[in-house]
Design a protein around this ligand. Structure first.
Ligand code: SF4
Length: 189
C-alpha cells in the first residue's frame, strides 16, 4: 500500500511515527532543495547489511578493479568490516534521486553541512562519477580524494532492502534504457 503513495504522502506518514526527524529534518529539507526526489532520516538499525553484495560487485560489475572507490581497491574495507564500522552510527539520511551525479552532489553537500554543524563523523556513500575515466587503472592517485565516496553496496549495504524498508521505490532493471532509482546515504551521528 505504502509503495503506491507519493513522496509527500510517505513523508507525512513517517513524521507521525518515528519522531526521529526533529533533529535532522533540516538535512532532508536541504537534500530536497538540492534536487532529491525524496530524503528520509532513518535509524541506522534499519539499514540492511548483506555480505553477498561483495560477490555481486566482484562477479558481474563492469567497474570491478577499475575505480578507487571499488571494494577491490587497496585498503578498501570488506563489507563485513564496513558493517562493523557503520554500526557505530545511530542516524542517517537516505537520499533518492534518478542519477548518480545528482546523488553524489547532494550527499556530499549534506555530509559537509553536517560536519560544519558539529557532526564530525558525518560520512556519505554515493558512488563516484566525478571523472570521465577513473585514474585507478592507470595507477594514478585519485583526482578528487576529498570528494570520492564508495557506493552503499560497496560497503555491504543491501540497497534494495534498505530503500524498500522505507517505502521507497527500487526495482531491478532490464536494461540501461529503464529509469533508474539511485540512492545515497549520509551517516550523521
Ligand atoms: S574522483 Fe575520479 S579518480 Fe577519484 S574515485 Fe572518483 S572517478 Fe576515480
Amino acid at each position: 500500500m505504502i509503495a503506491l503513495l507519493g513522496a509527500k504522502e510517505r513523508r507525512g506518514r513517517r513524521r507521525k511515527g518515528s519522531g526521529l526527524e526533529s533533529n535532522f529534518e533540516k538535512y532532508a529539507v536541504l537534500a530536497r532543495e538540492l534536487g532529491a526526489v525524496d530524503a528520509i532520516v532513518i535509524c541506522v538499525r534499519d539499514i540492511v547489511f548483506d555480505p553477498r553484495t561483495y560477490i555481486k560487485c566482484m562477479y558481474g560489475c563492469s567497474t570491478w578493479g577499475k575505480s578507487w572507490i571499488c571494494p577491490s581497491a587497496p585498503g578498501a574495507l570488506k563489507p563485513w568490516e564496513a558493517e562493523d564500522v557503520l554500526s557505530r552510527y545511530k542516524k542517517a539520511l537516505i537520499i533518492h534521486t534518478h542519477d548518480k551525479d545528482t546523488s553524489q552532489m547532494i550527499s556530499l553537500s549534506i555530509e559537509s553541512k553536517a560536519f560544519v554543524d558539529g557532526y564530525y563523523f558525518a560520512f556519505s556513500m554515493s558512488d563516484c562519477g566525478l571523472c570521465q575515466e577513473c585514474s585507478f587503472p592507470d595507477r594514478e592517485p585519485c583526482r578528487f580524494p576529498r570528494k570520492a565516496r564508495p557506493a552503499m553496496q560497496a560497503m555491504g549495504i543491501d540497497v534494495f532492502a534498505t530503500a524498500r524498508g522505507q517505502g521507497l521505490p527500487i526495482e531491478t532493471l532490464a536494461d540501461e534504457s529503464c529509469k533508474e532509482n539511485w540512492y545515497s546515504l549520509v551517516m550523521l551521528e
